[in-house]
Write a protein that binds this ligand. Sequence first.
Ligand code: SAM
Length: 257
Amino acid sequence: MRIDIVTIFPEYFAALDISLLGKARRTGLLDVHVHDLRDWTHDRHRTVDDTPYGGGPGMVMKPDPWGEALDTIAPPSTAPCAATGGRSGAVPRLIIPTPSGRPFTQELAARYAAEPWLLFACGRYEGIDSRVVDEARTRMPVDEVSLGDFVLAGGEVAVLVMIEAVGRLLPGVLGNADSVSDDSFAPGAMESLLEGPVYTKPQVWRERPVPDVLLSGHHGEIARWRRDEALRRTAKHRPDLLVHLARGGLDDRDRAV
Ligand code: SAM
């Protein structure tokens, strides 16, 4: 997968050299290009922001450097392009983190993991001039995506989160691919569930023993216990998710939990 990131703080993305994603880059599973938005400015101060039309506090990111950056990374094609309906050619999916976007979920991460090329645009200040998004939509698929109901100082951390969630789903990135299917929110049995508690050695720690069932060697009972715990934890922390389970995903034992 190719990933391009445009930011005014390229240093943030040093984290992509570490751990699983660093290894994925070194082995060629992830091809990451980080670009400094200021490389597409033309004034002495390398200005990327200006005051908002209509007044109000804060600054807005200017469209000019963003337009040039996107044109350079994903040049407008004269050839037809399928990504925007009825046209063809290699274009990235442009992902713009913003609190006013659609929620980022495990399902969206899985969809992005199937894409060959993602382009992330990190906003700062009050965000990016809206015409950049409108214009980009005419030539590539564009998603505005929110990490949650809170406001960060910039898009960099949001993009790191998305890249990590997507990157670990790429075939070959995780040592044990099965661990993805046991995760909270994983498609299938865990789709609308949070994972329950997990334990490792020693068997007793500070007078707290590991639950007996996990030592029983009985795979059926262990699976049932894990599901019960996942249901309990989901009911406690995310009761909103249980609505999705209720639509045909519950057996009689689940209902008893
Ligand atoms: N004025 C914007 C608003 O109220 O929606 C907030 C701008 S925020 C200070 C600056 C940048 O941080 C945004 O352009 C976006 O890139 C990023 N950001 C902040 N919160 C975010 C969130 N919850 N999800 C994704 N990106 C976020």
